[in-house]
Design a protein around this ligand. Structure first.
Ligand code: ADP
Ligand code: MG
Length: 350
């Protein structure tokens, strides 16, 4: 390509992971290879307004304050013709949708890019949507030969009491499209179930009830390289203190968890998890990257929990950490993802 590729980093957004997305954007801005790429920052406010963000903006935690997209910045209009600021088209070669959760990681922004003919980093519409909705991802994982936690899906206003009979407790109740453990409850007895279901329905119209897996939480990064999905070393989430599970506080409060690289697993387990991660990636038709989360049960089973098509992407997030372990730097991951996106077709079926 002649000149530098203009990379639009799209961040913020309407989901509960707004600040994490801002911090990830700051990380990418700092690590982007300026010899090859020219960044453009596009923020989405909490209310959903798209704005052009100045590159001097602070996108990190400062004086204990989390970064946020400022709604007083110049508005960007985004439609099927592309992006414009005050009527002037914004020239971009590739979009990095650094958004988590609904309206970002779920295929919606990807659909907008497809309509506008804009290349973008990561999974397409279908894989993004399926990865976001656990009630659809689980049967696909199963069909690909992976093990999932047994469970049922309840639809708001349509479920029946027979669906929640005979569960083995404890169970996890979680919204189908949760993120950051929002709306998720561990339920130890039947008489606590109704309240947990009701709470889950505050976050989504579908709720999953799953038997709790007793074991360890292991994550694996998948990165596409020259069209082939490759798995990173595995990492384990170690929850410190009194958290019952990897809940919202454990995820975001300082010092509540650490990442470990387990060396005490039986021979072959890491390789099996890596294979399962690649299988999961391919089963949903993912592109670019994904973080695949597993349980390694106390019975020695490898059970897939979920796949995230846009995992946390700050320099110290799990996904970059896993690749650092394999000798791939944060900056190299970013370059690889952008280059893969630039070489991809901007047409859905070609
Ligand atoms: N079936 C399960 N067995 C054991 N723990 C679970 C189960 N489902 C969820 N959890 C716990 O809840 C956390 C959040 O659930 P998860 O399905 O990963 O949703 P999210 O998309 O919000 O991360 C997990 O990291 C794990 O600690
Ligand atoms: Mg999770």
């Amino acid at each position: 390509m002649m000149g530098k590729a203009r990379v639009a980093i799209l961040f913020g957004g309407q989901s509960s992971e707004h600040e994490i997305s801002c911090i990830s954007a700051g990380g990418i801005l700092g690590a982007l290879d300026r010899e090859r790429f020219e960044p453009i920052l596009i923020g989405i406010t909490r209310a959903g307004k798209w704005v052009l963000v100045d590159q001097a903006t602070t996108l990190e935690i400062k004086d204990g304050k989390l970064p946020e997209v400022d709604s007083s910045l110049p508005a960007i209009s985004a439609d099927i013709h592309g992006f414009t600021v005050a009527g002037t088209p914004l020239a971009i070669d590739v979009l990095f949708p650094l958004l988590h959760g609904p309206y970002g990681e779920d295929g919606t922004v990807q659909g907008l890019c497809e309509m506008a003919g804009i290349r973008y980093v990561g999974s397409g519409v279908l894989a993004s949507a399926v990865g976001m909705d656990k009630s659809f991802a689980k049967p696909i994982f199963e069909a690909a030969g992976l093990k999932v936690a047994p469970g049922v899906v309840l639809k708001k206003g349509e479920w029946s009491a027979s669906q929640i009979e005979g569960l083995t407790y404890p169970v996890f109740v979680k919204p189908a499209r949760s993120g950051s453990s929002r709306g998720t409850t561990k339920v130890k007895r039947f008489d606590e179930l109704a309240a947990a279901i009701e709470y889950g329905f505050e976050f989504d119209t579908k709720v999953l009830i799953e038997e709790a897996v007793v074991g360890r939480e292991i994550e694996c990064g998948v990165l596409e390289s020259a069209g082939k999905a490759k798995a990173s070393p595995i990492g384990e989430i170690k929850i410190l203190g009194k958290h019952e599970f990897y809940d919202f506080e454990a995820k975001y409060l300082d010092g509540a968890t650490t990442v470990a690289f387990p060396d005490d697993l039986p021979a072959g387990v890491e390789e099996s998890i890596q294979r399962a991660a690649v299988t999961a990636f391919n089963s949903l038709g993912c592109e670019g990257l994904a973080r695949v989360d597993f349980f390694y049960s106390n019975q020695g089973e490898i059970i897939i929990n979920e796949l995230n098509t846009m995992p946390g992407f700050t320099a110290t997030s799990m996904f970059p950490k896993l690749w650092n372990r394999a000798g791939v730097s944060y900056s190299q991951i970013i370059t690889q993802l952008i280059e893969a996106a630039l070489t991809r077709s901007a047409h859905v079926t070609r």
